[in-house]
Each structure stands twice: as C-alpha cells, then as structure tokens.
Design a binder for this molecule. Structure first.
Ligand code: FE
Ligand code: FE
Ligand code: ZN
Length: 311
C-alpha cells in the first residue's frame, strides 16, 4: 500500500497550538512558497509572519547547480526553530535547472547529481517530499523523454538509498517540450520506476488549467479529480499549488496570477478549499510578491474566505 508522504506523522504534522485550531479559517493547511534568503530557518519566520500553516521552500539557491552542504548549525536552526511547530506542513521544491530528460550529457549528469544532493538536503531538514518538474525532452519526443526520466529517477534513488524524502512529480503546463502535462505521463513514470513508493504527486492549478484540464467550474473540477484518482490514484496526491492563471485554458503557457485575478475563476479555488478530501493536503501559493509579502496576505485572505463562505 502507498503510505502518505509524511516521514512520520509526528515529525511533520505537529500538534497545532491553540491559536491555530480556533476555527476552520486558521486551521486550513495553507501558505506560500517562501524565500530562504538569510538561511533556511528565515523562511519559517517569513511564513509565520503572515500566519501560514504550510510552506514550500527551495533547499538551496535556485539559480545555481550546486551548493556547499548544509552545516549542522543551519540544520539545527531550522529543525529547532521555536516557530517550526506552528507550520503543520513544510516541503521542498527542486531547482528549476534540473532536467532529468536533458539530451546534453553534461547537463543530464548535472541534473542527476543536483537532484540527489537536493534530496539529501531536504532529508536533513526532515522534509517529506521535494516537488520536481519531470523534465523537458528538448525535441527527443515524449516517449524517449519519459524513458530518460524514469531511468534517471532510478539512478538518483540508487545513489541515496537511505534518504526518506520522496520526489513529488508536479503536473506541468506543457510549455515547450515539457513532459508532465497529462496525468498519464506521471502515471507512466510511477509505474515504471524501480521504487514507486518513493514517488508522489503535486498538482498546480495554473498548470492544470494551461494544460487543458477544465477546472474552472465545479463539475469540471470534480471530473478532473476523478480522472486523477483513476489514472494516478488519490493516495499519491501530497500537495496543491494554488495559483490563478494569466493564460487561457489549454494555452500550454505557464504564467501564474493572483487568486481571482486570472482566467481560472474562484470556483476552482472554492472547490479545493472546501472539499474534505483536500483538508489534509497542503495548499501553497506561488504567485508574484514583494519582500513585504503583502500580495500573499491578500491571496491567503481570499482563500480563507472561500473556505469559510456560507453557501
Ligand atoms: Fe513547480
Ligand atoms: Fe507549481
Ligand atoms: Zn508554474
């Protein structure tokens, strides 16, 4: 049986404190991607300064292939941070440079090494999973790309047998030669790797919509999630990126927009915020913002309002 992505429920789903359990509004598992500028533990403070209960982070500078290892001090500062327990779900997102389907041998070798190193860092930070875009085939074709991704996932996991952090394959918008814009692509990877128990899935509303999934109304959203359950399996879902889309449904162009300001409309977000099956699934924003996180505050307020709306 496929176990939930958490390492150990005590470690990840910590006891919420009383101020978080007061009502449904503040106990919703929602938050945003947070910058690690100044060190990984700084992300915790940023997230809690706007009352996030869930957070996504990069595990190193997102613009570089490699980084010096995390020091014991950095790891302890993150794990033992006084506010760490106020975040009920924290997980990672892999570097955007990584492409497991890369056709250039050096680029591909870098991708394997970088992903293995990031999974080690994520494991040191006790993150249950690291979100990864499957890859872009760069003209080699979908089938060749899927095979390369599957082999690469096997190679990465072979190098780090003890790492508990899973890879969460993210649905993509299907821009350019990006693979992963159909549930079938993710299902194919999961079905063909040697250790499928180390894989799970992250959905992104902007990507689903740009890829052509009809999530813009409640019946379309229901249908999309039924299809997810049939093709991938509902237990694989570990996180949802809640982003509106600047681009039209089926455009295959990935441009995130603030909640309610894009083409998806509020129905999809209302459905995600209110459906009981998603109550334990962390929902994080990846929308544009400045250092003061003001835009996140507005988006989170909208999401919480959708969760609490009386119908
Ligand atoms: Fe992503
Ligand atoms: Fe995303
Ligand atoms: Zn995106």
């Amino acid at each position: 049986m496929f176990r939930s992505a958490q390492h150990d429920s005590n470690r990840v789903l910590r006891q919420p404190n009383r101020s978080l359990t007061r009502d449904r509004q503040s106990s919703a598992l929602i938050g945003a991607h947070m910058s690690i500028r100044g060190g990984v533990s700084m992300a915790i403070e940023r997230a809690r300064s706007i009352r996030c209960t869930a957070m996504q982070v990069f595990v190193k500078n997102n613009m570089q292939w490699f980084a010096r290892p995390l020091t014991g001090e950095e790891i302890r500062a993150f794990l033992n941070h006084v506010q760490r327990g106020e975040l009920l779900s924290v997980f990672g997102h892999a570097n955007y440079l990584i492409n497991l389907a890369a056709t250039n041998p050096q680029f591909h070798a870098n991708s394997i090494r970088a992903l293995a190193e990031e999974l080690v860092r994520a494991d040191q930070l006790e993150l249950p999973f690291l979100v990864l875009h499957p890859g872009a085939h760069l003209g080699a074709g979908e089938e060749a790309g899927l095979k390369k991704i599957t082999d690469s996932v096997d190679e990465v996991f072979r190098q780090i047998p003890k790492v508990k952090t899973k890879i969460a394959l993210e649905i993509t918008a299907g821009q350019g030669s990006c693979i992963g814009h159909r549930f079938e692509h993710l299902a194919h990877i999961i079905a063909n790797v040697r250790e499928p128990e180390r894989l799970c899935v992250c959905l992104d509303t902007a990507h689903l919509f740009a890829a052509g999934y009809d999530i813009g109304n409640e019946s379309g959203a229901k249908k999309t999630f039924r299809e997810f359950d049939r093709v991938i399996g509902r237990n694989r879902l570990v996180a949802i990126h809640v982003n509106d889309s600047k681009t039209a449904r089926g455009s295959r162009v990935d441009r995130h927009e603030h909640i309610g300001k894009g083409r998806i409309g509020l129905d999809a977000f209302r459905f995600i915020m209110r459906t009981p099956r998603f109550s334990k699934i962390p929902k994080v924003l990846e929308t544009p913002k400045g250092e003061d996180l003001r835009e996140d505050v507005v988006n989170l307020r909208k999401l919480r309002a959708l969760a609490n709306e009386r119908v």
